[in-house]
Ligand binder design. Structure first.
Ligand code: GDP
Ligand code: IMO
Ligand code: MG
Length: 436
C-alpha cells in the first residue's frame, strides 16, 4: 500500500492536526517526519481541545501506530509534558506510540543557542519558536548530534557533555551568560536535571528501527499517513530563506524523514487556509496590515498554538500555492477555515506578482525579501453568511463554490475537502476525493 502524505502548503498552522485526526480512521499508521516542538497541531472533538507538538495526531485512535520518525528533532522535556497532558485520556502508549532510534535529540543548550543566534540577528531575527530546532538540525548535519537510540548506551552522558562543551564555546562567543540566569529557564544546569529525568522517562517507550517498521507496514499493505509539520514556505530549501525552519517540510522530506522510497508515495494532501497567515519574521507578500488583517486574526483566532504569538494575516497567495503544489506533487487540496471568511463581502486572491519592470509573474521570486514586487489581486464576491449546518458540497453557498472553482482553475488540483470550523465534525468532503 502506498504512503500518503499530508502537509501544509503555506507558512504553517494550516490545520494539519485537525485533518490528520479526521483522516486517522482510514489509516493504520500515522508518522511524523520532520520538525519538533516548534509545531503545534490542534485537535478538537467531543468537546476536547488538545494541542500536540511532537506526538503524531493519530494518537487519540487506539488502533493506530503513531511513529515519531527519524527526521524529527525531539525535545525530551517537552515530550514528558506532552505525555503527562495526555494522561487523562488513558491512551495505551505501549501499543500505539513508537519513537525512531534515529530521531535526533534536542538538548537544553540547543534552545539557548537558538536564543543567542536570534539575539545576535537583532531586527533581522527569524522569529524562531526558540525550541532549539535550528541548532539541533545543525548538529545532525555536523554529524555530532545525539539520537534516541543512543540513550541506552553507557557513554551517553559523556557524549552529552562533549556536545554541551562545544555549545558553551559558541554561547561564550555570543556572550550569552548561561550560568547566571535571568530566568530559571535559561539556567543550563537547572535544565539538565529535567533533561536527564526526561531521558529516563523516554526509556519506557517503544524505541524502534522505524524505517524497518514502516517498510514492514508497506509490505503488509497497511495504510500509512505521513504527517508534516510547518509548511512549504518554511522549507529550508524552497521557503522564504532565511526566514524558514531548518528541515525539509515538503513531500520529499517524508521519504528521508521516515525511510520511505519515493516509489511508495501515494496521495499528497496539501492543506491551505482559505486566506493566509504567518507567525514570526520574514516576507509575507499578501499580508494585510489593516482592518481586513485584524478581522482575519479575530475571526480565525489566529494566535500561535505553540507560542501564543499573534499570527500575521493576509489574503491567499496563488503564486506561493502553485509553487508548493509543484514542489510537493499535490494530488488533492484541502481548504481550511472557510468559515473565517463568512463576514467578508469581498474576498481577494493574489493571482500574480508585479515586478519592478511592470511585468506580471506567477512565479515566486528568488528573494521574497526583495521589496521590488507587489501582489496583484482579483476580487471575488464573498458569501457573507454562516456555514453552520452545511454538510455537503452541494449545500455550500454559490459564492463559496465559485471561490473553490476559481482556485481549482488556477491550481489545477481539485479541492476535495472544506473545513468550516475547528471541530472534527465541521468538515465537508467532496465526492471527488479518494477519502470518500
Ligand atoms: P496546524 O499546526 O497546521 O495543525 O494548525 P494549528 O493547530 O496550529 O492552527 C490551526 C487553528 O485553526 C487551530 O486553532 C484549529 O483548532 C483551528 N481550525 C482548524 N480548522 C478550522 C476551521 O475550519 N475553522 C476554524 N474557525 N478554525 C479551524
Ligand atoms: P506547525 O507545524 C507556524 C516558524 C517560526 C519562525 C520560523 C522558524 O504548527 O504548522 P523555528 O522554531 O523552526 O526555528 O522557527 O518558523 N514556525 C512555524 N510557524 N507553524 C509552525 O508549525 C511553525 N514552526 C516554526 O514562527 O518564523
Ligand atoms: Mg500549528
Amino acid at each position: 500500500m502506498a504512503v500518503d502524505i499530508l502537509l501544509g502548503l503555506q507558512w504553517g498552522d494550516e490545520g494539519k492536526g485537525k485533518i490528520v485526526d479526521f483522516l486517522s480512521p482510514k489509516y493504520q499508521v500515522v508518522a511524523r517526519f520532520q520538525g519538533g516542538p516548534n509545531a503545534g497541531h490542534t485537535l478538537e472533538f467531543d468537546g476536547i481541545k488538545h494541542v500536540l507538538h511532537q506526538i503524531p495526531s493519530g494518537i487519540f485512535h487506539s488502533n493506530i501506530k503513531n511513529i515519531i520518525g527519524n527526521g524529527v528533532v525531539l525535545a525530551p522535556i517537552v515530550f514528558g509534558r506532552e505525555i503527562l497532558s495526555l494522561e487523562k485520556y488513558k491512551i495505551d502508549f505501549s501499543k500505539n506510540l513508537f519513537i525512531s532510534k534515529k530521531t535526533q535529540i534536542i538538548v537544553p543548550s540547543h534552545s539557548l543557542l537558538d536564543k543567542a543566534y536570534e539575539k545576535s540577528k537583532g531586527d533581522n531575527k527569524i522569529g524562531s519558536t526558540l525550541r532549539g530546532i535550528g541548532p539541533a538540525y545543525q548538529d545532525k548535519i555536523a554529524r555530532q548530534g545525539l539520537r534516541v537510540g543512543d540513550i541506552i548506551s553507557g557513554d551517553f552522558k559523556a557524549r552529552y557533555e562533549k556536545l554541551v562543551a562545544s555549545h558553551k564555546t559558541i554561547l561564550d562567543f555570543y556572550k550569552f551568560d548561561y550560568n547566571s540566569p535571568t530566568s530559571e529557564k535559561e539556567y543550563l544546569v537547572g535544565l539538565e536535571k529535567d533533561f536527564f529525568d526526561a531521558i529516563e522517562f523516554i526509556k519506557k517507550f517503544n524505541i524502534v528501527d522505524s524505517e524497518y517498521m514502516i517498510n514492514d507496514s508497506v509490505s503488509k499493505k497497511e495504510t500509512i499517513l505521513a504527517e508534516g509539520a510547518q509548511g512549504s514556505m518554511l522549507d529550508i530549501d524552497f521557503g522564504s530563506y532565511p526566514f524558514v525552519t531548518s528541515s525539509n517540510t515538503m513531500a520529499a522530506g517524508a521519504c528521508t524523514g521516515l525511510g520511505i522510497a519515493p516509489a511508495h508515495v501515494g496521495n499528497v494532501f496539501g492543506i491551505f487556509k482559505a486566506y493566509c497567515t504567518r507567525v514570526g519574521g520574514g516576507p509575507f507578500p499578501t499580508e494585510q496590515l489593516n482592518e481586513d488583517g485584524d478581522t482575519l486574526r479575530k475571526e480565525g483566532n489566529e494566535f500561535g498554538s505553540t507560542t501564543g504569538r499573534p499570527r500575521r494575516c493576509g489574503w491567499i497567495d496563488l503564486p506561493a500555492l502553485k509553487y508548493a503544489i509543484m514542489l510537493n506533487g499535490v494530488t488533492e487540496m484541502l481548504m481550511m477555515k472557510a468559515d473565517v471568511l463568512n463576514g467578508f463581502k469581498e474576498i481577494k486572491v493574489c493571482t500574480h506578482y508585479k515586478m519592478k519592470d511592470g511585468k506580471l509573474t506567477d512565479m515566486v521570486p528568488y528573494d521574497l525579501c526583495d521589496e521590488n514586487y507587489e501582489p496583484v489581486y482579483k476580487t471575488l464576491k464573498g458569501w457573507n453568511c454562516s456555514l453552520a449546518g452545511i454538510s455537503s458540497y452541494e449545500g455550500l453557498p454559490v459564492e463559496l463554490s465559485d471561490y473553490i472553482s476559481f482556485l481549482e482553475s488556477q491550481m489545477n488540483v481539485p479541492i476535495t475537502l472544506v473545513s468550516v470550523g475547528p471541530d472534527r465534525t465541521q468538515t465537508i468532503i467532496s465526492s471527488k476525493t479518494i477519502l470518500a
